[in-house]
Design a protein around this ligand. Sequence first.
Ligand code: SAM
Ligand code: SF4
Length: 342
Amino acid sequence: MMGERASKTGAAARGSGLVDSYGRVADDLRISVTDRCNLRCMYCMPADGLPWLPREELLTFEEITRLAAVFIRAGVRTIRITGGEPLVRHDVVDLVAQLAALEPRPELALTTNGVLLGALAAPLAAAGLDRVNVSVDSLQPERNFEITRRNDLDRTLAGLEAAREAGLTPIKVNCVVIRGTNDDEIADFARWAAAHDYLVRFIEYMPLDADGRWSEGDVFTAEEMLDALGAAGWKPKREGDAEPDPAARYSLGDGGEVGIIPSVSAPFCASCNRVRITAEGALRTCLFALEETDLRDPLRSGASDDEIDALIREAVWGKWEGHNIGRPDFVRPGKSMSQIGG
Ligand code: SAM
Ligand code: SF4
């Protein structure tokens, strides 16, 4: 249960931290650097892609870094670079270097489909990236092709190995589990991840696909994932959560560990510490938010850091209690996952 809504005066009196009216503190910022992608995952993008943002609408690296500095001053500690596919943005290594030079230095992570990671893992690490999450939804080449609509599984797997060699650890693998598509691969993923020392995180499918085909029946739930692990002979045991983390961690009893993110069946809204900036510079306080706060126009029209800070605080304060997936009043956001920045 969420705590009572605080009065705004109370929050202001607290002075520091990006606090919302339910008492949550946002210290994890996700920055989308592009809406473009080199894959077309069926649960995210249409086969033909989407109308891409024109270049002048994207935040420049200087604008991103300035915003990041304001967020860090306001208490953000972790920055995750995402997209679209962040590695298709030209010179993304330079952006990592600029973010790594901020004080205090944020922890820097990146979420990628891994296709371009083979060449970029070492330069990204040298520029200051700390770790990566790599998305892999099937270890079977044909099925991986059906899901991503591209034939790039080998490159993604090579990218994962390059990330290890570059020291971008611990390496997390994101796997969206969709009923009737890849729900029979859970045990394979758990074995493969343990053998390669990756931490696999199974994610429930969310209604953020651009085609709008999601239905509740497609969601392979966290409970079913645990059953699948049990059926394969493991006895998954829930471990304590370290930091606020949407993934519930389970040890498998043989040294292996998996994470399960029940975004739909048991959302972590009550402890959500995230905020997002889209590639065009809009602040979103929730993946499912129906409103955004534009930060690009103020940036481009000479707003001071304090003025931008005030806009951010106002937006975070208004963050809603949580999403209502599965309830009759749930409204899908107008943007899909790749346009928001997952
Ligand atoms: N392109 C990069 C990648 O795929 O890792 C980064 C952006 S992607 C939007 C971020 C994460 O969102 C990925 O792990 C992806 O699998 C996940 N994702 C995309 N659409 C989703 C959906 N409808 N439900 C759940 N997760 C989704
Ligand atoms: Fe691209 Fe990532 Fe969306 Fe797949 S999930 S289409 S890799 S943005």
